[in-house]
Design a protein around this ligand. Structure first.
Ligand code: AMP
Length: 284
């Protein structure tokens, strides 16, 4: 695996592959890699000729400075995992490489309500940082394929919108959610859960699955109340439970209202914030 810290060296290496007509797959991450990230790398290894994974703990997307400080950093283990997966290139840029002082990064896209609902409402500034870093990384890597997880449903929806609006020649490939044996969606934050809360966090996926089973017959307002109630166990506090259109992320009232419906949840488990989602309906 080649490891690059500067845009210049990365781009020089990528150019050699691009000249030979090789396709580039790109997996951007914050590090503290787990099987969820690995599944993205594996998908890229199958579909793209060259796989680039980046690790950059992007300060711009942390709305809570304490969360940034506590975010796990496990570069040695991450490198080992990426080696095992036969990743071609690891990119670990510094903050100055991503945000040089003279860079004017204006993203002229109207995200509308994609930006303001759910995570956008509860984590002000978070998506400004996400969009900024992904645009910057896409400008640097210029990949044919970008691999992102369904786990961050709103995030990939925003990025798809940006790709469409700016006509970026990169195909977004969304990979399904990897879960722990008890159903908890894998996340770098899970390591910070107490043992007890990690077990109890199974309630999130259980609730999402129960909502899916009931979705055809129940009014969605009732379903959301049911889910909020189910998620309100000791030490746990649901921040939101929304049932939305999978494209616009606008609330949907019942099963017949849209052909693409997803239920999304954010839940505090002690002082750790977890998100998850399930597709209730997708007809196409
Ligand atoms: P992060 O390092 O948390 O920014 O995640 C990097 C990428 O991995 C994002 O596209 C995430 O959606 C994806 N990802 C995170 N957790 C999972 C998971 N449990 N299953 C699949 N993909 C994931």
């Amino acid at each position: 695996m080649q490891v690059f810290k500067t845009n210049k060296n990365l781009q020089a290496s990528l150019l050699k592959y691009k000249i030979k007509g090789k396709t580039i797959g790109f997996v951007p991450t914050l590090g503290a890699l787990h099987e969820g990230h690995a599944s993205l790398v594996e998908r890229s290894k199958r579909l793209s000729d060259i796989t680039v994974c980046s690790i950059f703990v992007n300060p711009a997307q942390f709305n809570d400075p304490k969360d940034l400080i506590k975010y796990p950093r496990t570069l040695k283990e991450d490198k080992n995992l990426l080696e095992e997966l036969k990743t071609d290139i690891l990119f670990i840029p510094s903050k100055d490489e991503i945000y040089p002082a003279d860079l004017q990064l204006e993203i002229d896209v109207d995200f509308g309500s994609l930006f303001t609902v759910m995570e956008g409402e509860h984590r002000p500034g978070h998506f400004d940082g996400v969009v900024k870093v992904v645009k910057r990384l896409l400008d640097i890597v210029c990949p044919d394929h970008l691999y992102m997880g369904q786990k961050d449903f709103q995030q990939f929806s925003l990025i798809q919108h940006m790709i469409d609006e700016l006509e970026i020649p990169t195909q977004l490939i969304v990979c399904k959610i990897k879960r722990e044996p008890n159903g908890l969606a894998m996340s770098s934050r899970n390591e910070r859960l107490t043992k007890e809360n990690r077990e109890k966090a199974a309630i999130i996926y259980k609730t999402l699955k129960a909502v899916k089973r009931k979705a055809k017959d129940k009014d969605f307002e009732q379903l959301k109340e049911y889910a909020m109630d189910k998620l309100s166990i000791e030490n746990f506090k649901p921040e939101y439970f929304e049932i939305v259109d999978g494209r616009t992320l606008q609330s949907v009232n019942d099963y017949e209202d849209s052909d693409y419906i997803v239920a999304c949840a954010a839940v505090w488990a002690g002082d750790i914030r977890l998100i998850d989602n399930i597709i209730l309906k997708k007809e196409q």
